[in-house]
Design a protein around this ligand. Structure first.
Ligand code: HEC
Length: 106
């Protein structure tokens, strides 16, 4: 688990161009990812989400490690019409590590 978190932190370097871990930082291409554990999909304040993510959030869908790992495998498959143009991660171990890192409280 601790190893996963460290590995996830390294992998997150590829996400940082679009995502901050600081809830106070706006104006990036993607929403901030602070406090993602249990957070409603599409709910970061100040970010204008695609209709696909807004609809999922309106249905009460929330982030947990399992959902995040599945999302990272193929973002477009989970939310048809999502605006996240990052490719899916092919390695299940990478996805689990990133999910473990992003579920840390912050
Ligand atoms: C090219 C920019 C870009 C990159 C790189 C990127 N994302 Fe995203 N991400 C976005 C955008 C834009 C959205 C909002 C999608 C929408 O509204 O449909 C998003 C949405 C998300 C969400 C949903 C957040 C929420 O509030 O519901 C998560 C989780 C996420 N990205 C994780 C990641 C991870 C982890 C990586 C690295 C593997 C990554 N993203 C790489 C642009 C990016």
């Amino acid at each position: 688990m601790a190893q996963d978190v460290a590995r996830g932190e390294r992998l997150f370097e590829t996400c940082r161009s679009c995502h901050s871990l600081d809830s106070g930082k706006a104006g990036m291409a993607g929403p901030h990812l602070a406090g993602l554990n249990g957070r409603t999909v599409g709910s970061a304040a100040g970010f204008d989400y695609s209709p696909a993510l807004k609809a999922a959030g309106a249905q009460g869908v929330r982030w947990d490690a399992e959902r995040l790992a599945a999302y990272l495998a193929d973002p477009e498959a989970m939310f048809r019409g999502s605006w996240m143009s990052a490719p899916g991660l092919g390695d299940p171990a990478d996805r689990a590590a990133l999910a473990a890192f992003l579920m840390q409280p912050r």
